[in-house]
Design a protein. Structure first.
Length: 623
């Protein structure tokens, strides 16, 4: 069995997804086993249907999906399915509590100041709860408290494909929130000392930065170096999204790479190769403890540690196994982390680079000038190939979550890649100098501020024409078709265009493709007729009048109405409006895109307290 970790994680993911949406895994695997038995007994051994006689080629598939692999997938999926169902029962049991609640727990976060309350995270018997405490009461990290208050379970999805706050909190292992009325501190310093010390250092660093930095630049610095991006202004976050630079605001593989390179550069000559690698692993673990265990950081840290271990053992590092092991560890601790966008973007981007980077770079290398020399056989070409390969997997996730796409992502990522490295290195040096000598840190801060201003300028591409496109959010089948096409193109280029040296795997794939071509025997005329009929059907489908559609949208205070006429005209009535909440951006726009519409013909508003809706829909509003 090759790569058992990869096979195990596939089974574990199947069990999680099936458990979340269908509660039970057993009927699913029973169907798979029955289908496999029918195919093997009827089509392969007895050869009843000549066209499906695959005995010669079925053995190739068995090398990858054999009985051992299938058994491992089934076992892991059943385990993860049971875990997910049990966790769901725990959540539902906790949600059924009375509103009035009293609980004992430990504060495991520093305060997050809100308008009227301070927000803390409380840990109670391995359950995490957000607690809102009066601003007059100050709590410290590690305080064991007894509190009484009003419990509020997280809201579920209120609109079609809308935001599900309960899933978001499950991805963070949070069971809801409590508005505290009475609180009593039972014990101080009731948590791990190393975590408390890390929190104290972070508070000290934030206080020092607050004295000398503007809010926007300060928040970006804290996001890039410490991974704390909760306080970044929404406009800045939106500009980073449009320019496809959101990954910069999260701790990722880039940070771990610079830590490994810097540590080896400094330590290798001082203490030797092996000892420097041991200390580098220790530094990565300390950095992970200090920053926190975000999905992207854990993935990058585990992959970095495994790569170093392979050097120490003089063995070749298997990137796919490394990424599978890191995902496995995260999912064991919290299966619902698959809902976390950081988890999705981190792993999808990394998988895209692993699977497609070499192919895209070879395509770029084939671009030649008039002197028959490659234009992109250099670092510039490698950077573009990494950006494009990461976007292949990130693109559908981005569309599903926001319905928007920025077309300048290559340009912005190339420019950002030039300065993000210096920002990370100088930023880490700056944080050390803040602890050691504040005067030295002010000198370092000067260059760091300039680099962050340049980064903000790169992200602000809204002034460019067509910087942002709205796309209808696709359904599941469109996403599956997208990946099928991408994988087909990948296989096509690997096997045929670049003449990869023959080995057993490549030859088997070629044989299977040749068999499919031989059995199907596509004719050009038939394909032309099929494409013509599909085109004609699409035109007729759009011309035929449809039924009147009326949708009601929950906007918090009442309902908004979205109407689609038989002639496909769209009308939005009474979009609502709330103070300090962008209804257009947070509710209406995602809803309309998820329904498959990218324009609004008429907007009728009966009451209008703010300008949120009008500003959000100026790109969609035709009249």
């Amino acid at each position: 069995m090759k790569r058992p970790i990869v096979i195990a994680i596939i089974g574990y993911l199947i069990g999680i997804i099936w458990g979340i949406y269908n509660k039970s895994i057993f009927p699913f695997w029973l169907t798979i086993i029955v289908c496999q038995f029918i195919i093997e007994k009827t089509f392969i051994r007895k050869k009843k249907f000549k066209i499906l006689s695959l005995k010669r080629y079925f053995r190739y598939l068995k090398l990858y999906i054999n009985k051992k692999s299938l058994i491992l997938i089934i076992i892991m999926s059943i385990i993860s399915n049971i875990v997910v169902i049990e966790l769901n029962n725990q959540y539902e049991k906790f949600y059924s509590r009375d509103e009035k609640i009293d609980i004992v727990g430990t504060i495991i976060s520093s305060k997050n100041e809100k308008n009227y309350y301070n927000l803390y995270t409380l840990k109670s018997t391995n359950k995490y709860i957000y607690v809102y405490v009066d601003k007059k009461i100050n709590l410290d990290y590690g305080d064991k408290v007894y509190l009484k208050g009003k419990y509020k379970k997280p809201e579920i999805q209120r609109n079609y494909r809308g935001f599900d706050y309960s899933k978001y909190l499950k991805s963070k292992n949070v069971y809801g929130s409590i508005k505290v009325k009475d609180i009593e501190i039972i014990e101080k310093n009731n948590y791990f000392k190393i975590l408390k010390k890390c929190n104290e250092i972070k508070i000290f660093l934030k206080e020092k930065i607050n004295e000398n930095w503007n809010s926007g630049e300060k928040d970006i610095l804290l996001g890039i170096i410490l991974g704390e991006n909760e306080k970044i202004d929404e406009e800045i976050v939106e500009s980073f999204k449009i320019s496809n630079l959101s990954h910069i605001l999260a701790i990722s593989g880039m940070h771990i790479s610079y830590i490994i390179i810097s540590a080896n550069f400094v330590l290798k000559k001082l203490i030797g190769y092996r000892k420097s690698n041991y200390i580098t692993i220790f530094i990565i673990i300390l950095y992970m403890i200090f920053i926190g265990f975000s999905p992207s950081l854990v993935r990058a840290s585990i992959m970095g540690i495994l790569t170093i271990c392979s050097r120490l053992l003089y063995s070749k590092s298997d990137t796919i196994t490394n990424i599978s092991l890191s995902a496995f560890i995260l999912l064991i601790f919290n299966p619902f982390i698959i809902f976390d966008l950081g988890f999705q973007f981190s792993y999808s981007g990394t998988l895209g680079i692993i699977l497609f980077n070499k192919t895209i770079y070879k395509i770029l290398k084939s671009i030649k000038n008039k002197y028959n020399k490659s234009l992109l056989d250099n670092k510039f070409g490698k950077a573009i190939s990494i950006i494009l390969s990461a976007q292949i997997f990130v693109f559908p996730i981005s569309i599903l979550n926001s319905g928007t796409i920025g077309i300048y992502f290559i340009f912005t990522n190339l420019l950002a890649s030039i300065i993000i490295g210096p920002i990370i290195l100088i930023g880490i040096i700056y944080f050390f100098t803040l602890i050691i000598n504040f005067k030295i840190s002010s000198i370092v801060a000067f260059s760091l501020k300039i680099l962050i201003k340049i980064l903000i300028f790169i992200s602000n591409i809204n002034f460019l024409p067509f910087s942002k496109f709205y796309l209808a959010i696709p359904n599941f089948f469109i996403i599956v078709l997208y990946f099928i096409i991408i994988m087909y193109v990948q296989i096509r280029f690997i096997i045929y265009e670049y003449q990869i040296p023959k080995n057993q795997t490549i030859q088997r794939i070629r044989n299977i493709i040749a068999l499919i071509r031989y059995k199907i025997k596509p004719k050009k005329k038939i394909l032309k007729w099929m494409l013509g009929l599909i085109l004609l059907f699409s035109i007729l489908y759009n011309l035929i009048p449809k039924d009147l559609k009326i949708f009601f949208i929950d906007v918090g205070q009442g309902d908004s109405t979205f109407i689609v006429t038989p002639t496909n005209k769209t009308i939005l009535i009474d979009g609502g409006g709330q103070e300090n909440f962008d209804v257009g951006k947070k509710i209406l726009l995602p809803y309309i895109l998820s329904r498959g519409y990218t324009s609004i013909d008429y907007i009728l508003i009966s009451h209008f307290d703010t300008d949120h809706i009008r500003t959000e829909f100026y790109l969609l509003w035709k009249n």
